[in-house]
Design a protein around this ligand. Sequence first.
Ligand code: THU
Length: 135
Amino acid sequence: MPGELDFEMLRLRADELAGRAYAPYSEFSVGAAGLVVDGRIVGGCNVENASYPVGLCAECGLVSELVATGGGQLVAVSCRTGSGQTVLPCGRCRQLLFEHGGEQLLIDTPRGPRPLGELLPAAFGPGDLERSKES
Ligand code: THU
């Protein structure tokens, strides 16, 4: 595993959070836990809605807690299903996480942690907005 990050601890936290998911429509519970550069652990669970497209992914809750508790850079994220399996963030959530972790952010996958830069190559990010202001 890259670095000395305690992914097992993040997986356990994501499992706990998956247990709190509100997913009566898909019955697919997800929990997400992230380690912040300052050592905080933030997380969330999916929250569905009778108006299906309005539902929130677990990573939305994670990013919301990150920002609401002071922000900072994410260094590692684990997403888990209610049955204790590691699941990859959907495309939209990869973009959400990219904003707060960049390409070095380690995302747990069924084959172990991988940098977000591999899962979302050539991502659009804050740097692209800055560059467009310069030209
Ligand atoms: N889901 C997440 O919470 N995160 C993901 O990255 C993938 C999908 C949720 C959304 C929906 O509530 C359920 O899983 C089925 O798609």
